[in-house]
Design a protein around this ligand. Structure first.
Ligand code: NAP
Length: 297
């Protein structure tokens, strides 16, 4: 099947990754637009294509346009182009936001374009231009019939997988992705801070924690969440949890609250998998819920 031409508006992390990966599988990058000349030029010059700070100079050249600006600018960019009758009939326009609906692209649809969303369920923190990066990644796709069909083809070509998220569940989907990715980073940041209390540097702490994290991810991949769960709560080691709470009592109040909250969620999972008797669960629940009344000697 013929590979379409495409343009990138918003030469940030996702713009760079989309450009590199689509180009690698035969799609033709025809131009880049971004807010600042430096970003636009850096990406465009890598592929020897024109760049501009005005999206209008670029969009008419492309069959497919990816708007990979920050979420809050997408609608404005689309409207700005529509204001100058910049969209073409039959063109494809996508955004890559996980939370937004396709209605932010409506001004392009009114000028005859197909509109869709193509959200990679992956975290990009400066993986500029990395090829093969989207292989194995899942993409949440949405849009009109033609936009969904082309999105699925592009995802398949990049070695990814697509799935549909209905518009009314998109915010929920994105919240789940944030829990899995962003909050994982925040949890590790917390653990690193605690390690620093017995003398490790931030870098040493992160290095020491990485094999544990990798092992946990491997367990998740091989066994699924229910069987990957280890630790004192699932084992019913009440004294160990009591010692944790005592140690955390001397640290930041928020970290202790977080430990208690996550512990209570862990208990829900433990209940689901029936790894503990109800009385043990009750003791743990009391300890985790009630800071003063739940002490365990
Ligand atoms: N990062 C992730 O892990 C990730 C994952 C999945 C989906 N997404 C989604 O992908 C999109 C882009 O995210 P990102 O992380 O790549 O953001 P980013 O690195 O901040 O890049 C956004 C780019 O948009 C450009 N921009 C902002 N306003 C613009 C405008 N009015 N006209 C043209 N360009 C403009 C900025 O340009 P300048 O550099 O020129 O100032 C910046 O380079 C978002 O919708 C986000 O939700 C991100």
């Amino acid at each position: 099947m013929r590979k379409t031409s495409f343009a990138i508006i918003g030469a940030g992390k996702v713009g760079n990754i989309f450009a590199a990966n689509l180009y690698q599988c035969g799609y033709k990058l025809v131009g880049v637009a971004s807010r600042t000349p430096a970003s636009a030029a850096a990406l465009a010059e890598h592929f020897g294509v024109p760049w501009s700070v005005n999206p209008l100079d670029i969009v008419r050249k492309a069959e497919v346009v990816f708007i990979t600006t920050s979420d809050r600018y997408i609608e404005n960019v689309v409207r700005q182009i529509a204001f100058s009758d910049g969209w073409c009939k039959g063109q494809y326009v996508y955004h890559s936001s996980g939370a937004l609906f396709t209605d932010v692209l409506i001004a392009a649809k009114e000028q005859g374009a197909h509109i869709g969303a193509l959200h990679p369920l992956q975290s990009f923190a400066g993986t500029k231009g990395k090829k093969n990066y989207l292989s194995g990644v899942y993409f949440a796709v949405d849009g009109d019939t033609q936009a969904i069909e082309l999105a699925k083809t592009m995802v398949r070509d990049m070695g990814g997988h697509s799935f549909f998220v209905p518009p009314d569940k998109r915010a929920l989907y994105h919240a789940a992705a944030c829990i899995a990715s962003n909050y994982l980073v925040v949890l590790v940041h917390n653990a690193v801070n605690l390690f620093q209390k017995f003398g490790l540097s931030g870098e040493e702490a992160t290095t020491a924690l990485l094999p544990l994290l990798q092992g946990t991810l491997d367990n998740l991949a091989n066994k699924g969440a229910e069987k990957a769960l280890t630790g004192p709560i699932v084992r019913g080691d009440v004294h160990t949890v009591a010692a944790h709470l005592q140690a955390l009592d001397l640290t930041d109040d928020d970290i202790e609250k977080l430990y208690r909250q996550m512990g209570l969620y862990t208990l829900r999972l433990v209940q689901q998998i029936n790894s503990l008797e109800e009385p043990q669960i009750e003791i743990l629940r009391k300890m985790l819920t009630d800071k003063n009344g739940g002490r365990y000697e």
